[in-house]
Write a protein that binds this ligand. Structure first.
Ligand code: C2O
Ligand code: CU
Length: 477
């Protein structure tokens, strides 16, 4: 091991070098000359933002500076995102939920070389599906995502009847105190249980914001849970609402009572605002003893005169339909693990500081979790284990996710959008998803056509679980 200078903040992967050695990465897709292209610059930087209430000073956060954090594309367009890393550790961009070619998936050491400080990488792909997606780094994720590094990607073109207003609501906790200072983003107690939580709960970085929307108008709420550990049972008080998409993918409108969204999960809602200007409706989280109001929508202006409200379905998804009959089942067991990483002793550097091998190699000093008995060996991707399974390209597979732990896990597959088809806890509304929540003792069945070749990540999206073992690779070949 060659130890280079420049250790970043604690837990970072500042020493990462080199990538897969002689191993080559998958081939980038070729953009046709006549492609309609949406160009975007995304520079990961440190900046500051007023999060805590004044007189607290602004908080240091990470962001994709010179671009809107919301990218809107039309279906059919290519995205050309020029990413530059101005952090002091490596990073990449993972386009969560997009069925894209493996080379664009943004997993360092697996699908591309890590983008080192000062380096750039251009992502080019054509998202096949409409919907509400997001993007985030895939290294040192507790540090980077925990400091706010994430953006929203919306692919438009799914509406049959346009809404009067389209509202993006990004939910996340910040682990900051009243003075805007960070508390530890990761704790052993959190990582080994339900995760570490922040108390500064925000929508679009504001605590309980009020959004003005047209009175009597039809509103589409795109709700994204980008938190690292918080589960949201999303509800609306003051109006009827329907779920029209899950993880960006259309489903027949479902009257909303509450809809459970683990970290990384999204739901699109449609609703009609009250007619009387000044009337407010609430976005509520029921996943707690007392329901928590996350944000409010206030009717404003002269009421729009619309015919009686019938929730309109979005255009159906164009994802290959799994052929369930005769499909092979792969069982994925989520379990606790206490396998300690076998590491040499810490190194004392000439200046007296102590270098922990675990940090230097991004190895998890502790693993708390495993998939099929195998804990991921590192907090990041420098050390790649063999795939848990190889799926034959073109075939339908059922993945049965079996939760043998006393905690909830939102399980995410890269590269494919699957259909949630069953649960041991009762009936499920079949729906497309890229992340599905599995409760303690529950078994959830998802199915998909393995049509996207490559090595893909599969992991829990409670980031502390991901970084302490609950992560693996599945191969489609
Ligand atoms: Cu948002 Cu590997 O995931
Ligand atoms: Cu988990």
């Amino acid at each position: 091991v060659v130890l280079a200078a420049g250790l970043g903040y604690a837990g970072g992967c500042a020493l990462a070098k080199g990538g897969k050695g002689s191993q080559t990465y998958p081939q980038a897709p070729v953009m046709p000359a006549d492609a309609k292209v949406h160009k975007q610059t995304l520079t990961a930087i440190r900046r500051s933002r007023q999060l805590a209430a004044p007189p607290a000073p602004p908080t240091d956060i990470l962001g994709y500076s010179d671009g809107p954090t919301i990218i809107r594309l039309q279906q059919g367009e290519w995205l050309e995102a020029a990413f530059t890393n101005r952090l002091h550790e490596h990073s990449t961009i993972h386009w969560h939920g997009i069925r894209l070619p493996n080379a664009m998936d943004g997993v360092p050491y697996l699908t591309q070389a890590p983008v080192m400080p000062g380096e750039s990488f251009t992502y080019r792909f054509q998202p096949p599906d409409t919907g509400t997606f997001f993007f985030h780094p895939h290294c040192s994720t507790v540090e980077q995502l925990g400091h706010g590094l994430a953006g929203i990607l919306i692919v438009e073109g799914d509406e049959v009847r346009p809404h009067d207003h389209d509202l993006v609501c990004v939910y996340r906790d910040w682990r900051i105190d009243k003075d805007g200072k960070y508390q530890p983003l990761m704790t052993d107690a959190g990582a080994s249980k339900a995760g570490t939580f922040g108390d500064h709960r925000t929508i679009n970085d504001q605590v309980q914001p009020v959004f003005k929307v047209p009175a009597g108008g039809d509103v589409r709420v795109r709700f994204l849970n980008v938190d690292m550990s918080r589960v949201v049972d999303l509800g609306i008080v003051g109006a009827d609402a329907w779920v029209i998409a899950t993880d960006g993918n259309p489903l027949p409108p479902q009257k909303l009572k509450s809809w459970r969204l683990g970290p990384a999960m999204r739901a699109d809602l449609t609703l009609r605002m009250p007619h009387v200007a000044g009337t407010r409706i609430q976005l509520v989280n029921y996943y707690s003893a007392q329901p928590i109001v996350m944000a409010e929508l206030e009717a404003e202006g002269t009421p729009l005169d619309r015919p009686a409200f019938v929730p309109a379905a979005l255009k159906p998804a164009s994802i290959p339909e799994p052929q369930i009959d005769g499909a092979e089942t792969f069982q994925l067991r989520l379990s606790a693990s206490s396998a300690p990483a076998d590491l040499p002793p810490d190194l004392v550097l000439p200046d007296g500081s102590v270098l922990r091998y675990a940090d230097a190699l991004c190895l998890s000093p502790k693993t708390f979790w495993a998939l099929n008995g195998q804990p991921w060996p590192s907090a990041s991707h420098e050390v790649l284990p063999p795939p848990l399974v190889t799926f034959q390209r073109g075939k339908t597979y059922i993945v049965e996710i079996i939760n043998q732990t006393p905690h909830i896990h939102p399980i995410h597959l890269h590269g494919h959008t699957f259909k949630v088809i069953g649960s041991s806890k009762g009936d499920v509304v079949p729906h497309w998803a890229d992340t599905t929540i599995v409760a303690p003792k529950e078994r959830v069945k998802v199915a998909f056509v393995a049509d996207n070749p490559g090595d893909w990540m599969i992991h829990c999206h409670i980031i502390e679980h991901q970084e302490t073992g609950m992560m693996g690779i599945y191969r489609v070949a």
